[in-house]
Structures are given as structure tokens and as C-alpha cells.
Write a protein that binds this ligand. Structure first.
Ligand code: PBG
Ligand code: ZN
Length: 327
């Protein structure tokens, strides 16, 4: 074919934008946020430099800044005052997330508020629901935890959340939450399911951030093995059948093969660039080894190219600033 076919003809600098297939927009990005009921000042997360836990009193202000940067969606995590065996503070009317959602919706109603629905920040053992005796020893109990998730999701909707995002990886979580939301008159609240969530070592820094580390065992009996591709796709298929509105692949960057397969299932897909993905880039940047803007935009572009409609990323605010500077 050479020299007739010269791909460099269309790569002239001036023409490059005309042929760019994938463009990151601020509308693709969701900002994860941590609200901590026990603090009164922002607290930097040591394993995630540049990321903070905020007091509930700052919820409106933080969301105003996000809107001013041109972003429109946040994903909320809470750190409660008290934890117990069954995660009761996760669904209290005056729980940390419930208060935070109300504050945001009163002051910045235009922002889309998505809440993480899980119990690991609220249980004293740090697992994602109710634990008890199983054939595997003491472990997360599936069906008893479903009621807890349903209760958490309904309490978030009652506080004004626009969307709920269950992350516990229990079998049947989407169906249980859908039924409970519908039963309480919230049939219009969408569910973004953490449908394909791997049991990843990249969640390490998050467990600092959200104080959600577990006191025994691990999460491999509910989260997915990184080695299993077919099962990963099946997880998202089942959640679609149960009524998920958006499915998710998490982590993002090292699971792009799964992401592209899940995107072909037909529903909108979110990808979560997780804490460890943020911290790896940040650490290298702080050592002067990587160009932060270039690397971050490359990772986001590739995640979108692989099929993500939405990207949850701790770099959302930086990316918005970089995109705004280019306008
Ligand atoms: C809790 C939850 C985790 C993350 C989101 N929700 C951690 C875990 O499952 O242990 C990880 C997010 C991140 O690492 O940024 N269910
Ligand atoms: Zn959890």
C-alpha cells in the first residue's frame, strides 16, 4: 500500500482536532466527595494528596465550587460519628449523608447528587453489610444485608438524592433497592450499580479516605476476582436484568477490556478511576517523574475511548480546570 496510504497526511498539527475520535467533556465527569461528621475543618487524606474529607457544614460551598468549575455531578461518601455491628447510622434521618444531601439540595439544587449505598463506612467491622456465620466462617451475609441496603437507599432518596449507587456487590442488591425505592414512591430515582467491582488492591487509599478498612478477612467473597473476565461481564448483565439504569466497571484503567465488553451490553456505563489510580499518578507527579495534566487527560481519554459514558475520578476538578483553560 505504501506510498499511496500515508496516515501521517491527516496528522498535521492543524488538522489533528478534526480527526480526534474521543474528546473528554466536563459532562463526562463525576466528583467523588467525602463528608466527615467528626471534623470541623477540611482534612487532607494522607494517601491521596490534594484530596480532602470535608465537614458537613462545607457541603454547599464545596458543591458551589464544583458547579462553578462547570461540573454537574457528585458521588458522596460519609464518615459517621458512630459505627456499630449492623451499620445503623447509614440510614438514620440525621446520618452524615442524609444531612449532607439536604444541605446540598437546599443550596445548590442544580447539582446531581449521587450517593454511595454501602455499609462499610458505618459498620465497626468494616465489611459492607451484616456479618454472621457462614460455611466460609464469619463473613458477609447476603440476604440479611439486602434489607439494610434497601433501607439506606430509601433514606438517601428521602433526603433528596438524585441517584443511588450501591457498591456492596451483594447478589440481588439492585432488585432489592429497586423494589424498596418503588415501594416508597421513588420509581423515578435511577440506580447506578457498581455492577462489576473487582476485589482490587487499588482501593487501599480509599480505605484511609473513608475509614472503611475491614477488621478481619477480605472482600474476595463478594467482590470479583481480577482474573475472571466472563464472570465480570455476567455481573453487569445480572444487574441490568435486576433493573440497573447505569452499570459500572471499577477500577477503570487496568480493566479497559472489561469496560469495552460491558459497554456493548447497551446501558450507559460508568468507570471509576479509583483511589489507587489517583495516588499512583500523584506520587509519580510529586517525584517529578510524570507530567500530571498529560497523564491524567490520557487516562481519562482512554477510559472514555474504551466505552465509558461517565468517569468517576478524583481528578475531576483538575480536569475541569484544564478543560476550562483551553476554552
Ligand atoms: C465501599 C467502596 C470502596 C470504594 C468505593 N466504595 C472500597 C471498597 O470496596 O473496599 C473504592 C473507591 C476508591 O478506591 O476510590 N464499598
Ligand atoms: Zn462497602
Amino acid at each position: 500500500m505504501f506510498p499511496e496510504r500515508r496516515l501521517r497526511r491527516l496528522r498535521k498539527r492543524q488538522m489533528q482536532p478534526l480527526f480526534q475520535e474521543t474528546v473528554i467533556s466536563k459532562d463526562d465527569l463525576i466528583v467523588p466527595l467525602f463528608f466527615d461528621e467528626t471534623i470541623t475543618e477540611p482534612m487532607e487524606i494522607s494517601s491521596m494528596p490534594g484530596q480532602f474529607r470535608y465537614p458537613v457544614s462545607m457541603a454547599a460551598e464545596v458543591c458551589e465550587d464544583i458547579c462553578n468549575a462547570g461540573l454537574r455531578a457528585v458521588l458522596l461518601f460519609g464518615i459517621p460519628v458512630k459505627k456499630d455491628e449492623s451499620g445503623t447510622s447509614a440510614y438514620e434521618r440525621d446520618g452524615v449523608i442524609q444531612k449532607t444531601v439536604r444541605a446540598i439540595k437546599e443550596n445548590v439544587p442544580e447539582i446531581v447528587v449521587i450517593t454511595d449505598v454501602c455499609a462499610c463506612e458505618y459498620t465497626d467491622h468494616g465489611h459492607c453489610g451484616i456479618i454472621g456465620d457462614t460455611c466460609d466462617g464469619t463473613d458477609l451475609l447476603n440476604d440479611p444485608s439486602l434489607e439494610l441496603m434497601a433501607e439506606i437507599a430509601v433514606s438517601h432518596a428521602e433526603s433528596g438524592a438524585d441517584m443511588v449507587a450501591p457498591s456492596c456487590m451483594l447478589d440481588g442488591m439492585v432488585a432489592a433497592i429497586r423494589e424498596a425505592l418503588d415501594g416508597h414512591g421513588y420509581e423515578d430515582i435511577p440506580i447506578m450499580s457498581y455492577s462489576t467491582k473487582f476485589s482490587s488492591a487499588l482501593y487501599g487509599p480509599f480505605r484511609d479516605a473513608a475509614d472503611s478498612g475491614f477488621s478481619f478477612g477480605d472482600r474476595t467473597t463478594y467482590q470479583m476476582s481480577p482474573a475472571n473476565g466472563r464472570e465480570a461481564v455476567l455481573e453487569s448483565k445480572l444487574d441490568i436484568r435486576e433493573g440497573a439504569d447505569i452499570v459500572m466497571v471499577k477500577p477503570a484503567g487496568i480493566y479497559l477490556d472489561i469496560l469495552s465488553t460491558v459497554a456493548a451490553l447497551g446501558l450507559p456505563v460508568a468507570a471509576y478511576q479509583v483511589s489507587g489510580e489517583y495516588s499512583m499518578i500523584k506520587a509519580a507527579v510529586q517525584n517529578g517523574w510524570l507530567d500530571e495534566k498529560a497523564v491524567v487527560m490520557e487516562t481519562l481519554t482512554c477510559i472514555k475511548r474504551a466505552g465509558a459514558d461517565l468517569i468517576i475520578t478524583y481528578y475531576a476538578m483538575d480536569a475541569a480546570r484544564w478543560l476550562n483553560e483551553e476554552q
